[in-house]
Design a protein around this ligand. Structure first.
Ligand code: AMP
Length: 550
């Protein structure tokens, strides 16, 4: 029989209550050891906030307001009390536990004791509901789940639904707990996870000693290879001391194309299936022979020229794709790498993978990325200027002998960008503006990463279009965790790229630094919080600037 959900919830509480990472790993590891295969996968899905992997296109579609309404009805609590409890606890799950402990809840005489499988099955059913009447059925399923729950269970059910476990368990610690439970090296678990971004399957393979069988697979996304940065052409030449491959840095959306027989799927950097929004590219790849996985940039392209990056967002961030949008924003897939061609080719050097790309006969909506061989910094600088004059973002310089290493930021791909002073940061709070912007969340406080922490580094007011501000307001309100009246604190989920003039030391923010004249360059839909810039990068930029002036 499946383990009780209450046991799982108690383990979560235990993990939360210890601040020692080693204790967290051993508590979870011991628990995982005892689970059968199905429970193991479910527990990991819940713990890693990935009830459904993003590429399955499954969503719970349960909003915060539905959960609050159910809680209010079941515990006979008014809006005002819920709001003040939310401010006090800052977490809806904690509020629910408090209410269940302190209010009388009408329950039938007999309630079911929930198991891990029960909870997972109900969430699965809810996500499968579509169309007319689905809202009511979804609410009824949830209501039953709420009625069957004890205080600690309702806390974790809500935390799982809202993707906010908050028990101090990072992805890295879950990986460590898997290696602890099944006696595997953490390096092996990490490598397997980089190839197959689904920890529940990694845990299953670790348990059955089959991790060595994990490989990249058609129709399941793998991590993308990452680039590092250098600031000048001569730094790059000095570092590699050999002939290099150089490509334009296209300003679009990173995309993994998977083709298996008559099926084609396009995945974003966050592993979402974005095929629906790019039908002309899907259809074109369907016609190409062989099975493959490609790495490419989807670029808005019209009359032989790239359109501004914002155009591609208009295509992807909408409910339905309409013909006029497809016509006004034509797109092209510019292919720069290949990971699979009838079998995995990630271990071949880039120079050989480039030859394999040449076997593919592209159509009118796709092409191989142009590349050049460069030997010295003058050649890189000339190509850089050429790239900018053609409307691209800079250059990517690549080591021709490098393997394709999913998810690793090795020094094999180097980016050289037009704008030196930019950082990818995450929004942690938003304030209402004044004058024309009163009532609109238009001032954003943002942070960089400092190991497992976030440190605030600045606030930005400008850079977004009116449409983007409107959309941003919607998203920010959905992820608000605390309402302070003039300002909301939000879950750190929205990544923005900010440009700035310089970095200064400052005690205004907890990072110890502040950006001068920050402005938002773009919203980075493609990045998640793990991929933002770090405090170390800020310090590096600060020191570099300082030595430049002194
Ligand atoms: P950044 O987003 O600034 O960290 O730069 C890395 C991104 O550049 C990648 O994730 C790709 O989306 C994009 N990119 C554009 N052109 C290329 C290229 N030729 N090779 C690799 N990545 C590229």
């Amino acid at each position: 029989m499946s383990r009780f959900f209450e046991d799982f919830s108690l383990i979560c509480d235990k993990i939360k209550l210890t601040s020692s990472k080693l204790n967290k790993i051993s508590i979870l590891g011991e628990f995982l050891k005892e689970l059968d295969d199905e429970d193991l996968k479910i527990a990991i899905k819940f713990l890693s906030s990935q009830v459904f992997p993003p590429w399955e296109n499954k969503e719970l579609q349960v909003g915060y307001s539905t959960l609050v309404k159910l809680l209010k009805d079941l515990t006979l609590t008014d809006d005002k009390t819920i709001s003040s409890l939310l401010v006090k606890f800052g977490d809806l799950g904690e509020v629910a536990e408090y209410l269940y402990k302190n209010k009388k809840i009408e329950k039938p005489f007999f309630t079911k004791k929930l198991t891990l499988v029960d909870v997972y099955k109900i969430l699965n059913k809810i996500s499968d509901l579509k169309g007319e009447g689905s809202y009511t059925i979804r609410k009824n399923f949830l209501k039953q789940l709420f009625i069957d729950s004890s205080p600690i269970e309702i806390k974790y059910i809500i935390k799982i639904i809202t993707n906010e476990l908050r028990i101090g368990l990072s992805e890295g610690l879950i990986e460590e707990a898997i290696s602890y439970a099944f006696n595997k090296s953490s390096g092996d678990v990490r490598n397997a996870y980089l190839l197959l971004p689904d920890l529940s399957l990694i845990a299953y393979h670790a348990k059955h000693n089959t991790m060595h069988l994990i490989s990249i697979e058609l129709l399941t996304p793998t991590n993308f290879m990452l680039a590092d940065f250098m600031d000048t052409a001569s730094e790059i030449i000095n570092y590699f001391q050999k002939e290099l491959i150089c490509e334009y840095k296209y300003d679009g959306i990173r995309c993994q194309v998977h083709k298996k027989d008559d099926k084609v799927k396009l995945f974003s950097r966050r592993f979402e299936d974005i095929s629906y929004f790019l039908p002309e590219i899907v259809n074109e790849f369907k016609k190409i022979a062989n099975n493959f996985i490609l790495d490419c940039e989807i670029v808005p392209f019209k009359d032989g020229k790239p359109l501004p990056f914002q155009e591609i967002q208009k295509r992807l961030h909408r409910k339905y794709l309409i013909k006029s949008i497809m016509e006004s924003i034509p797109v092209k897939a510019i292919v720069y790498d290949i990971m699979y061609y009838n079998n995995s080719v990630i271990d071949l050097p880039l120079r050989d993978r480039k030859q394999i790309i040449k076997c593919i006969k592209f159509g009118e909506n796709s092409e191989e990325a142009k590349y050049f061989w460069v030997k010295n910094s003058k050649e890189i600088e000339d190509l850089f200027n050429e790239s900018i004059s053609k409307g691209f973002e800079g250059l990517m310089i690549k080591d021709p002998d490098s393997k394709y290493t999913p998810g690793r930021r090795g020094r094999y791909w180097i980016k050289l960008k037009k704008e030196f002073n930019t950082l990818d940061v995450v929004i942690v709070a938003a304030e209402y503006g004044h004058g024309k912007r009163s009532g609109v969340l238009s001032d954003y406080t943002f942070a960089v990463k400092d190991n497992d922490d976030l440190k605030i580094i600045g606030k930005a007011y400008s850079g977004l279009t009116d449409d983007e501000i409107e959309e941003m307001n919607k998203r920010l309100k959905e992820i608000a965790i605390k309402d302070l009246g003039y300002k909301i604190i939000v879950k750190p989920e929205i990544i923005i790229e900010v440009a700035f003039d310089s970095i200064q030391k400052s005690d205004r923010h907890d990072s110890g630094f502040a950006l001068r004249f920050p402005r938002i360059k773009r919203i980075r839909y493609d990045k998640n919080v793990d991929e933002i810039d770090t405090l170390d990068r800020v310090i590096e930029l600060y020191n570099r600037k300082r030595s430049f002036y002194t």
